[in-house]
Design a protein around this ligand. Structure first.
Ligand code: EPZ
Length: 439
């Protein structure tokens, strides 16, 4: 139950190395369940969600080992993260228990790989989520179309396959559009199905492409990944592979906004600006300039921030995972901005906390109207979910006085050593352990 204490006002200046992608590493780790040999993954960040997935793989009979090149404790940033080795030692387990699933919804990613490889899966139904309604019906429906049978028992999804999964042509879209982890779950299962599967309405996120790239290295036959129509020709088995996960585009976008909100200048290394085209487009409109030079993104901003309108969309549109952070910036824009959240219509828990810091944000259904203010005030605020917490950190970096953000365990789920990275470019931020807070 640590907290962050942030004294606002410092202009961020310097270079930050972007870590590997959490949202790519999680489904990729689950996909290694289908390999008959060891897999080696590079660039996997050190995060509590990754630890949860590694524990889950352990429960499912995998030996998970991380090389630690930092025995001497000299390295910082992504270089610190030695490769992760995953090897299936016991393929009889097939249950993903509630105690892990309740801490991390992405546990659902083992459903497809277990069914395809072990013919059975018992996965606790992911419960409620701070960002809103998050059913997994599209995952189940897609796997049912491949021939899996499901029933629900004691809060679990129980899936079984008689014989082998069978490829088919299916539509995978939902009311809010494509599903990222649903596409990956069904794509994984289809790699070991009989015949061809065609996923229509597939998600196009870079994380889908990255998982497909790993599966292809494991011997899978996949085409069209990154487009709305993915074709998978089933194979009999998959072998080991070595793969480097892509940089974290959401972490990168968060630091871009940190540079903008502090009117700072940052160089962001080890990231792919092409994964953020809708973000740089919006930021340009706000008055935040990004340029790329030799793989490094340079971010700087005008003193005056323009108000904008933005609607979150599936990739390549503006990502919902940067909605809260953009809102924090627009709280200081010169006029009225409007944000519409199309992916998770209830994803606005940060609004109340930003208003506690002197922002003027009004929510109307899935839309937020942001009246720009001259300054924000330091206050004690509560982190509620991963990205909402990142927005509070950004607001605190520019607020007058000191802000205390409680429950930062939410941030540790998706940002690797964020306080060290921010402090290295001038932020006045410290992590305060609960005990010290109480004293
Ligand atoms: C992934 O979640 C990310 N998580 C989320 O990031 C991200 O917000 C989301 O994609 C959208 O970009 C990981 O990669 C671990 P979806 P996912 O299925 O795949 C509805 C973060 O902050 N839907 O693409 O679970 C759903 O309710 C996290 O890092 C169904 O209706 O999201 C939503 O409205 C938060 N039925 C929409 O589709 C289903 O079976 C898109 O969700 C599945 C989804």
């Amino acid at each position: 139950m640590d907290s962050f204490r942030i004294h606002g006002g410092a202009r961020l200046k310097g270079t930050i190395e972007i870590s590997g992608s959490k949202n790519s590493a999680l489904p990729i780790l689950a996909a290694t369940l289908m390999s008959d040999e060891k897999c080696v993954l590079h660039g996997v960040p050190r995060l509590s969600d990754i630890d949860s997935m590694n524990r889950l793989l352990g429960d499912l009979g995998c030996h998970v080992f991380r090389h630690d090149p930092n025995e001497e404790g000299l390295l910082i940033g992504p270089a610190l993260n030695g490769p992760l080795e995953i090897e299936v030692r016991d393929a009889t387990q097939c249950e993903a228990k509630y105690d892990i699933v309740k801490t991390m919804r992405a546990s659902i990613c083992v459903l497809g790989p277990l069914l395809a490889k072990r013919g059975k899966a018992i996965v606790s139904i992911p419960g409620g989520c701070a960002i809103g309604d998050r059913p997994v019906d599209l995952h189940v429906r897609g796997l049912q179309k491949l021939g899996a049978e499901f029933h629900y028992e004691k809060g679990n999804i129980v899936g079984e396959v008689r014989g082998r999964l069978k490829g088919c042509r299916m539509y995978l879209g939902g009311a809010q559009g494509p599903t990222v982890l649903g596409t990956i779950n069904v794509m994984c299962a289809a790699t070991l199905a009989e015949g061809e599967t065609v996923l229509v309405g597939a998600a196009c996120e870079p994380e889908v492409i990255d998982c497909a790239e790993l599966l292809i290295k494991m011997g899978a036959k996949i085409k069209g990944h990154g487009t709305p129509e993915v074709r998978i020709e089933g194979v009999d088995s998959l072998h080991g592979a070595e793969h480097r996960v892509i940089p974290d585009r959401i972490e990168c976008g968060t630091f871009m906004l940190a540079a903008a909100i502090t009117n700072g200048e940052l160089q962001l290394k080890h990231c792919n600006i092409d994964h953020l085209i809708a973000v740089t487009d919006r930021l340009d409109e706000v008055g935040v300039h990004t340029s790329r030079e030799n793989g490094t993104i340079h971010v700087s901003s005008n003193r005056r921030l323009n108000p904008v309108e933005m609607t979150t969309q599936p990739y390549p549109g503006f990502p919902t995972d940067l909605q809260a952070q953009l809102m924090a910036l627009l709280c200081l824009a010169d006029g009225i901005s409007v944000i519409t959240e199309r992916i998770f219509p209830d994803r606005f828990l940060h609004v109340g906390e930003l208003n506690r810091m002197g922002a003027k944000v009004r929510k109307e259904g899935a839309t937020a109207i942001i009246q720009g203010v001259k300054e924000l005030q330091g206050a004690t605020v509560m982190a509620s979910d991963l990205r909402a917490s990142a927005a509070l950190v950004l607001a605190a970096l520019v607020a007058k006085g000191t802000t205390q953000i409680d429950r930062v365990y939410h941030i540790d789920r998706g940002y690797e050593k964020i306080e060290q990275k921010l402090a290295s470019v001038g932020a006045q931020i410290e992590r305060v352990a609960e005990a010290k807070m109480a004293a």
